[in-house]
Design a protein around this ligand. Sequence first.
Ligand SMILES: Nc1ncnc2c1ncn2[C@@H]1O[C@H](COP(=O)(O)OP(=O)(O)O)[C@@H](O)[C@H]1O
Ligand SMILES: [Mg+2]
Length: 403
Amino acid sequence: MRSHWNNIHTFFFIPTTGTHSGCSDACTVYKRSTLPVFKAHGMAQASISDCVTETFSAIRTVRSFGGEKRQMFSFASQVLSFQSSGIKLASFKSANESLTRVAVYISLTALYVLGGSKVKAGELSVGTMASFIGYTFTLTFAVQGLVNTFGDLRGTLAAVERINSVLSGAPVDDALAYGLERELKQKTMDDESYKLVLSNISTENNQKNYLHYMSALKTSSNLCNLAWSGDICLEDVYFSYPLRPDVEILNGLNLRLKCGTVTALVGPSGAGKSTVVQLLSRFYEPTRGCITVAGEDVRTFDKSEWAQVVSIVNQEPVLFSVSVGENIAYGLPDEDVSKEDVIKAAKAANAHDFIISLPQGYDTLVGERGGLLSGGQRQRIAIAQALLKNAPILILDEVLLFV
Ligand SMILES: Nc1ncnc2c1ncn2[C@@H]1O[C@H](COP(=O)(O)OP(=O)(O)O)[C@@H](O)[C@H]1O
Ligand SMILES: [Mg+2]
């Protein structure tokens, strides 16, 4: 009996082992050809949601310029490209499924023919043959499941690649590394401990870890005290936006913002006032030059720590679709802010009077992105939010635009 099993195994597995290298080549080709298809389909899906988000977030602009038709066309073309990438993907999937089925049915036919002839020749009993067929069916389902899972895995890999590419675009570590590396290079090397540390940061990974460690050290030295007591300086700052690296917006800007005073930046539209605000808020880092607080390069502080010492009221503040009071309390998002503090901040921002005239006062909902309020009202709420935060650095970007 054992020899019969061996015979069957032999005819069943010989083709598999014989074509092993062929299979692995086919797998590589399959992998290379399907990944772009999965990727393109994922990108097409993302473009649809980008188009919808963009349209609805700029719905006022769309309505005021009568751009509905254009947005609908743009949406339709995204849907069509999603459809065509979907069809391509489905073709790949069905070709994959068909090939698997053909391979399975050829194996089954071979099993029936060869097994049948062995039963006929008396080398194999019918029972053994039947149990082997049952075993083969189970194996077939397992292989098919595996192939489908393999297909899904391709989609997952494409998605993971996309997520990684988005995450690796975050400039936080680069900026931090840049600032600290420069600072370290500039230091005189007489301190033995410096030399020791620098000799240990030769590999890129070590360097990154070390820079994070340095950041933690700087963070623990009280940034808040520095910001309350020292001047903010922009020293020979050059800056281009990452999406337009060839256009230099700031070209060697030197500016001192004296502690305890109000500094106004005045200039025509497009001069770069909001860009300075973006740099001070550290949404971007200077291409060259640096920003210092009480003489310390701001890049040596953690960005989240820096956010604690800066309050910004943007040119066009966007509110959350919660109540007026909750929006103001968002100035201190991690704290349980009392109603008295909210009212105090609203009064200081000259917002209290209009808030109490709203239908539900501080509990009035402001609508999607604050759309139920006027531009001036939104700005006053944003000012109240910033005042509640009570940060040492208060930045107002064209706040009188709507007021
Ligand atoms: N995200 C951006 N990407 C590329 N260029 C930008 C970006 N934001 C602003 N700019 C350009 O930078 C210049 C300065 O803009 P901005 O600082 O907003 O001027 P201001 O606030 O003084 O009116 C403008 O020419 C503008 O086109
Ligand atoms: Mg501006």
